[in-house]
Design a protein around this ligand. Structure first.
Ligand SMILES: [Zn+2]
Length: 143
């Protein structure tokens, strides 16, 4: 079996499986190849794109990662994670790098904190061996 990325004259791309390239050639000559999107019969081989291992599905011309159900679960996870942090950690705002260091070096009570830092501040903390993690974006921002 051989797989070709095919494209109709309207630019719809789809995958066609053939026993071998001769079968493809004869089906193409007979006009047996039909675009599954618009039914167009002018089909050509598309330029092969490198295989990418993601669950990207094409829907109405826009790329969507995962099914709607998976996206819902992701939003619930992000919301749950934020809530956990907000319930269990002290908000220290822009003093986050300073507080994180104090906790790491035992200068203040060990506890979970969250707050803001710049990317370079976060990098410095990681380089010092301080465990930090970015807080996921509010799920409302994803829509
Ligand atoms: Zn088409």
């Amino acid at each position: 079996m051989i797989a070709y990325n095919l494209v109709c004259k309207d630019g719809h791309e789809f995958e066609g499986w053939f026993a071998n390239s001769t079968v493809y050639d004869s089906q193409e000559k007979r006009g047996d190849l039909i675009c599954p999107v618009c039914g167009d019969g002018s089909i050509a081989k598309a330029i092969m794109a490198p295989a990418v291992k993601t669950s990207v599905t094409k829907a109405k011309g826009r790329n969507v990662v995962g099914t709607p159900d998976e996206q819902k679960k992701l939003r619930q996870f992000v919301a749950g994670f934020r809530k956990y942090v907000e319930d269990n950690a002290d908000y220290v705002g822009p003093k986050f790098p300073e507080e994180a260091r104090k906790i790491h070096y035992g200068e203040t009570e060990a506890r979970h904190i969250y707050g803001e830092s710049t990317v370079s501040e976060a990098k410095e903390l990681i380089e010092e061996g301080i465990e930090i993690a970015p807080l996921p974006t509010d799920p409302g921002d994803l829509n």
